[in-house]
Design a protein around this ligand. Sequence first.
Ligand code: HEM
Length: 177
Amino acid sequence: MQTRQEIKSEKSQSIQIMNTSTALHICLVLHLSGLVLMAGMSIADFIAYRSFWKQYAINKQEGLTMLNAASAYQRVMAIGAILLLITGVGMMALTHGVFGEQLWMRIKIGIVVLILINGPVIGRMQGTKLKKLIEKSILHDTPDLRISVLRSRVNLISVANFIFLISIVVLSIFKFN
Ligand code: HEM
């Protein structure tokens, strides 16, 4: 026979488990929303770059306007990335870091670091450089060979970003250990 005290402590324990599980689900919903924002905006950015190059071949100034408009995608992408990071850390805290000991999570964190180096560091630098070269080329009305080198570099960065994102999704779902 359980005492009243035991019943009370059992009840509060199950309420705590329920609260943690709800918080985990909320974090996972926000985590996946961050992923949708990040992946969606990466695709939008990639398409915008392709349209930009087509327009640039016809009218350089209009092309530049399109490139400037596409910078909004990168801002939303950054919001998605921040949401992913915050909710990911939140889920780690809620699960007392149990995933941190698993191989898939360690590889995932490594790829997250690669995404951060590839996108906000290298990608941003190359994007800014490309924009400056285009502005200079329009101003002096001379073609710049470095632009085509940067074009392939920016493409490579986008492709690498997709590969990293898909690898993370596969790792997070299969949880290889
Ligand atoms: C680009 C970055 C990231 C992407 C694309 C991503 C993707 C995903 C996906 C798709 C899931 C769902 C797995 C499932 O429920 O089947 C997931 C779960 C999870 N992620 Fe991430 N994630 C990213 C970053 C992070 C970071 C930085 C952390 C931790 C610091 C993290 C921690 C977690 C945890 C703890 C889960 C929950 C696993 C579970 O409850 O089954 N994630 N992530």
